[in-house]
Design a protein around this ligand. Structure first.
Ligand code: GAL
Length: 756
């Protein structure tokens, strides 16, 4: 013990000396000292500007949180900094430097010393003029501009003026983090470290990850040492620590293989490369661990136990059944207007007259039989349990097309997601004609036209329905959608008719450019566009779920139901970081009393699996424990569960996360209560959701950075008596319920329990 401690201290001391004395200057921060002007003037790009009325601003967070809430349009940021000559001498690879402007919501144009440098992360040659339009939906993109050391726009050894013009067409705006700095291109930039995009694979008793270190340079070798350090997060156990030499010739690659035994905890894996040129690189990740037992071969009927539909309208409901195929699925007690396909479990027909119909579903395969009751409630309310499905936005953004949508739908079936209740396949923005295009947006009757990525919507609807899945679409009540495509303004009935003709089952209706139509921000104006669309949808011969997307304005949860919505977004967009997911998820407090069957608070879509908001996807940046938290919290909150990932790339861990029927049953519980926050104790939060069977689901979350032992006083959260307690992720009963329950929770992790 003593010896180990001593050696750690020695290593640390050496590293510190190196940093202080030997390491060359490679990077300078430019994240402090910025000034802000909330107006637009092209002369602000210049070197000499009267900055008397400019105010200091942080570039770490959006302008909305710094006194400029709701600022839409253009604004400017400026910074003066000295570029040390010493940095120039560090360009050993002769590759130049990166000017990192960080993240910008939504568009940026960057000027250095009065000259245009680039926009939205694309560097322009010296002397280029800025293009007129630079708005973009890429608010997640880190803006990095690459300049040669002899670029005429740089002033070495003296003051430089950096000016950033920001465009924000909707939502929050401004520069917001990403660690603004300037750095010399070093070995770390020519080495493509491919660990992030390589999945972990479960092979028998091993968890394996294989990836390459690729030297992208055609001139230089990459040399240094790679250290891999693996530690169990819950146990604190050191699992691997090894260092190897790397020497990769130009254009060559070095394979890396990380092999761990299967663990029942996540492991923190740190890869650290010390390059020979003084540059360094670090990548950290956590390994996945699977809690849910494998899906059984026996028939099991999953998903919602109630389904709402409107009398006289076309009906479709797929009974989700897991287990080995072939399977026979029958339904007794079905009203005459409905019939079940016994091979697929798809019930179709016409919704019967008003009333509650209790159906007995029976599923049989070679291994056995299962039965369960399904209630079909013919009435006015739809989405009696939170919608579960997929939406194209968080993965493909505006690059979505018909094939991508169909591929997702097929995966729902092939990977068995449909068997656990996942049913909607929703196209988000990007299927209409772009507003700025010269092409007609509508035909002579006012019917909306589609772009060439979606040649035939009716065919797409049919393809989805044939798979027993539901079809969702997106529009805006304004003239344009958020992505600049054609919206429904003044053509609401035409659009509702088109949707019905195409077989649409769900509409996400996104405020966006309606901000320009609304007279003011009164409640009446906030409600109006949704009432118009509700009425238009009410006139077509189809049940179409209406999802309001207006980011929670005017406390939409208080009135979303009354304007015909079945769900409503409560916040701005989510992204795949702990900060975003946890800030949104744990703030769903005030709206809880308004959730009920057919009326759901929507804290935005899931950021699990491969996401990217555009053509280039990456695996979610949430750690495995954060992903358990995300799913657990969204289920407790009775939130709509809309996956936003490339389903064709679902790895075993993510699939497992999405197919735990006991966890999903908490979300789909027919009583439709939303969990409430019962305890905040330091970094621990306890949320409780009441269930229709008299049970309670309890989420004990650790929002802190260290593994924590916590004892919940069950009586104080309203749980008493001789009850049983079950670990829902592991699907395992724990000991008989005591008045206190002790649990150990990983950082950002959760213990999810059910007591009954
Ligand atoms: C945003 C909305 C996103 C997505 C996007 C499409 O306003 O919140 O979920 O729909 O528009 O442009």
């Amino acid at each position: 013990m003593g010896l180990k401690y001593l050696s750690t201290v020695v290593v640390l001391a050496t590293a510190l000396t190196l940093t202080a004395q030997n390491l060359p200057l490679r990077q300078i921060p430019i994240d402090q000292g910025w000034l802000f002007n909330p107006t637009d003037d092209p002369s602000f790009s210049g070197i000499r500007v009267d900055e008397k009325n400019w105010k200091p601003i942080s570039v770490e967070k959006d302008w909305d949180s710094q006194g400029h809430k709701g600022l839409i349009g253009f604004a400017w940021y400026r910074l003066k900094f000295v570029l040390p000559k010493a940095l120039r001498n560090e360009d050993k690879l002769k590759e130049g430097m990166f000017l990192v402007v960080g993240k910008v919501d939504d568009g940026d144009q960057v000027f250095l010393n009065g000259e245009f440098v680039g926009q939205n992360g694309k560097t322009f040659n010296p002397g280029s003029k800025p293009p007129a339009d630079f708005r973009t939906g890429q608010w997640q993109l880190e803006r990095i501009y690459k300049l040669a050391m002899n670029d005429p726009r740089l002033k070495w050894g003296s003051e430089n003026v950096l000016a950033v013009r920001v465009a924000n067409p909707s939502g929050p705006g401004g520069m917001y983090g990403g660690g603004q700095h300037i750095r010399v291109v070093g070995m770390s930039n020519i080495l493509d470290f491919q660990a992030q995009s390589a999945p972990f694979t479960f092979y028998g008793s091993e968890l394996v990850k294989k990836f390459d270190l690729l030297n992208t340079s055609s001139k230089f070798s990459v040399q240094g040492t790679l250290n891999i350090d693996v530690v169990g997060i819950m146990s604190g156990k050191k699992i691997i620590n090894n260092t190897r030499t790397i020497d990769i010739a130009p254009g060559e690659k070095m394979p890396i293989n990380v092999q761990l035994g299967i663990k029942d905890e996540a492991c923190k894996i740190s890869y650290h490369i010390a390059f020979k040129d003084g540059d360094s690189y670090e990548f950290k990740e956590e390994s996945p661990y699977i809690l849910t037992p494998p899906v059984s071969n026996m028939p099991k009927i999953n998903g919602a136990t109630t389904f709402g539909a409107r009398p006289g309208k076309p009906f479709m409901f797929t009974v989700p059944v897991s287990g080995e195929r072939p399977m026979t699925i029958t339904a007794s007690g079905l009203p005459k207007s409905l019939a079940i396909n016994s091979q697929t479990g798809i019930i179709t027909g016409i919704t019967p007259a008003l009333g509650t119909y209790k159906i007995l579903i029976k599923a049989t395969n070679a291994r056995g039989e299962a039965t369960r009751e399904l209630e079909i409630i013919s009435g006015d309310r739809l989405a009696l349990t939170p919608p579960m499905g997929w939406n194209s936005w968080n993965c493909w953004g505006l690059s979505v097309d018909e094939e991508k949508v169909v591929a997702s739908a097929r995966t729902f079936v092939e990977k068995g997601l449909r068997d656990h209740g996942w049913s909607y396949i929703n196209i988000d923005d990007g299927w209409e004609i772009v507003g700025s295009s010269p092409d007609p947006k509508r035909d002579s009757d006012g019917n909306i036209l589609v772009n060439n990525k979606f040649p035939n919507m009716k065919r797409l609807g049919d393809r989805l329905h044939d798979l027993g899945l539901k079809f969702g679409i997106y529009s805006s009540p304004g003239p344009l959608t958020c992505g600049g495509y054609t919206g429904s303004y003044e053509y609401e009935q035409n659009d509702a008719n088109s949707y019905a003709e195409w077989g649409v089952d769900y509409l996400k209706y996104d405020w966006c450019s309606y901000g320009r139509v609304a007279k003011d921000s009164s409640l009446a104006e906030l409600k109006k566009p949704y009432e118009v669309m509700r009425d238009a949808l009410g006139k077509v011969n189809r049940d179409i779920v209406l999802s309001l997307c207006q980011y929670g304005m005017g406390k939409v949860w208080e009135w979303g139901d009354s304007v015909g919505g079945q769900l409503w977004r409560t916040t701005y967009d989510i992204t795949d970081t702990w900060n975003s997911m946890s800030t949104i998820g744990f703030s769903q407090v005030e709206n809880a009393p308004f959730a009920k069957p057919g009326a759901w608070n929507d804290p935005d879509m899931l950021v699990l699996g491969w996401v990217g908001w555009g053509p280039n996807l990456h695996p979610t940046r949430l750690t495995p424990d954060e992903q358990y938290t995300h799913m657990s919290l969204w289920c407790l909150l009775s939130a709509p569960l809309l996956l936003g990932c490339d389903l064709t790339r679902l790895d075993p861990f993510t699939l497992n996360l999405l197919t735990n029927d006991e966890v999903l049953a908490i979300n789909q519980d027919k009583m439709g209560r939303q969990a409430t926050q019962k305890v905040i104790d330091g970094s621990i939060q306890v949320w409780v959701k009441e269930l229709h069977d008299g049970g309670k689901a309890i989420g004990i979350f650790n929002l802190g950075e260290t593994t924590t032992e916590y004892e919940v006083n069950l009586e104080s959260i309203g749980i008493a008596g001789n009850k049983t307690i079950r670990d829902i992720w592991r699907q395992r009963d724990l000991s008989q319920l005591q008045s206190k329950h002790r649990t150990r929770i990983a950082p950002h992790g959760v213990t999810l329990l059910k007591v009954i």
